[in-house]
Design a protein around this ligand. Sequence first.
Ligand code: HEC
Length: 125
Amino acid sequence: MKNIINYFTAIAILVFVFSFSACYYDNVERLNPRVVCDSTGTITYTGAIKSIIDNNCTYCHSGNTPSGGISLDTYLGVKNEAVTGKLYNSITWNNTPSPMPKNGNKIDDCSIIKIKKWIDTSYPQ
Ligand code: HEC
């Protein structure tokens, strides 16, 4: 009888331990997106914005005949669209007839947060 009680106690302890480790992994997953998006400090064109635009936009918006006549392969080109509000509207798919990247998926939230901060802080180069 004592052995059976010990057996159940051992199982109870194991279940207890595993339920805690499950909680631990849940929390790590939920925290990760926040940890990954680091928009602290000054967001500059060369430090952050250029790579976002290069990865998602210059495929169409560069060269001799850029889409929509809009070149996004230089600081001034990107700034010109930012000043009019078209850059932010195009990537947030708000108030625009042309959601960008055209026919693609919305760029990730962290990139949008960085572009917003870059615009709000007057486009640091
Ligand atoms: C697959 C090609 C393609 C990609 C990739 C692309 N664009 Fe465009 N973009 C276009 C075309 C074509 C137009 C002209 C308007 C239209 O056809 O919708 C345009 C127009 C625009 C406009 C002007 C919209 C307006 O309201 O006049 C902006 C701003 C813009 N793009 C920004 C971006 C940004 C920022 C990215 C990257 C996140 C991007 N585009 C990615 C093809 C593209």
